[in-house]
Design a protein around this ligand. Structure first.
Ligand code: PMP
Length: 387
């Protein structure tokens, strides 16, 4: 296990004079905090004996039903019996890796991929093999070539880990045509897919994308989370898995934590029952869209020649590539000195590459701070180019 590059940055990035485009923290202050506080207080007063008690490791049955309703927005038909509640999607990643991965097994992941997943895979000594992406997400021909090469080498591929929608860190989304191709290729090579989808309901333009899980329930293990649609501090996520995997997940969850927090599970259940959660997600989308626009507009007008970046249609992140020869990791201390923080690209690759890239997040700072942050960053990059 090694320290995450992001966590090391959090301490400096949290200083008030620094504009942090580093962390991926949802803007929970936009929630109706008084109403949520009242709701949680009432829940304990009314139903404390249940709310403050141990419960099943699979998770509250009522909440699991509601989770099925939430997933139906992405075309998924599921039974609450196949849902396991977890401590955020992060614990789901841990449990799945614990179940499937032996040291040196191959896990396929996008290049770049979510840093928290890479950390989990490393802690179980998986060998992460990256598959290239472009603006349309994971590239099917590259996936096929990688699987073919690994087959010839006699390697054991346990699963493909993918964040197909509004990816962390690249901000890109897998196109519908490619979704079908990826499912086909994974079926041909008999590889499981872990679909990690915490941002799926945070699209700025269209209805939610159809999940991979909707089209291949036996091959795809789906990970969901309320961290971005309600609140990350509740730590409520879930896995939807084929039946046999679900049974193992419950055993693994029992040994990890006995059961999850009844308080936060029932708070989510109550929130979904009593609060206008669909409207709240719309509000979050509007808020993040405005911030995305602030970032893209200021990148467009301020970034020096040679920089390129992605244009996310949802989620929290833009992936910026510097001109050839520049190094985002080496530049990070100089950016901090100019009071702007980002995450260097290297943290999102298991093989130490990614030096020319960085992740910029627009979810937390207000639009005027985002513009100021991009202005400072553009100044730092210009100085690097002149060096
Ligand atoms: N997967 C992805 C792609 C993420 O971006 C995150 C949060 N940054 C997680 C999983 C973990 O989320 P949580 O544990 O809060 O549900």
């Amino acid at each position: 296990m090694v320290a995450s590059e992001i966590r090391a940055l959090f301490a400096v990035a949290a200083r008030p004079e620094v504009v942090s485009l580093a962390g991926g923290m949802p803007y929970v202050s936009a929630l109706p905090l008084d109403a949520v506080g009242q709701m949680v207080g009432d829940l304990v007063a009314r139903n404390g004996a249940e709310v403050l008690q141990y419960a099943s490791a699979q998770g509250d049955p009522g909440l699991r039903e509601q989770i099925c309703d939430v997933m139906s927005l992405e075309g998924i038909k599921a039974s609450a019996d196949d849902v396991v509640v977890t401590v955020g999607a992060q614990q789901a990643l841990d449990l799945i890796t614990r179940i499937f991965v032996d040291p040196d097994d191959v896990v396929l992941a996008e290049a770049p991929s979510y840093v928290g997943a890479l950390g989990t895979f490393a802690s179980y000594q998986a060998d992460v093999v990256h598959v290239p992406m472009d603006q349309g997400g994971l590239i099917p021909t590259a996936l096929r070539e990688t699987l073919e090469r690994l087959r010839i080498e006699g390697r054991r591929v346990k699963f493909l880990y993918t964040v197909p929608t509004f990816q962390n860190p690249a901000g890109v989304t897998l196109t519908p045509a490619r979704r079908a191709q990826i499912l086909e290729i994974c079926a041909a090579y008999d590889v499981l897919i872990i679909e990690d989808n915490p941002y799926g309901l945070l699209g700025f333009d269209n209805e939610p994308m159809r999940a991979l899980r909707a089209d291949d329930p036996d091959r795809v293990i789906y990970l969901g989370s309320f961290s971005k649609t309600i609140a990350s501090g509740l730590r409520v996520g879930w896995v939807l898995a084929p039946h046999a995997v679900r049974a193992k997940l419950v055993l693994a969850a029992e040994s990890a934590v006995l059961c999850h927090s009844s308080l936060t599970q029932l708070a989510v259940r109550e929130y979904l029952t009593t609060q206008p959660w669909r409207e709240q997600i719309k509000d979050f989308r509007e808020l993040y869209r405005e911030r995305r626009d602030a970032m893209l507009d200021s990148l467009g007008s301020l970034m020096p020649e040679g920089c390129t970046w992605t244009r996310p249609a949802g989620g929290f992140f833009v992936w910026l590539s510097l001109p050839e020869g520049l190094d985002a990791k080496a530049m990070a201390p100089r950016a901090i000195a100019q009071r702007v923080a980002y995450v260097p690209g290297t943290g999102f690759y298991a093989d130490g590459s990614g030096h020319r890239h960085m992740r910029l997040s627009y979810c937390y700072p207000e639009p005027h701070r985002i513009r100021e942050g991009v202005r400072r960053l553009a100044g730092v990059i210009e100085q690097e180019i002149e060096l």
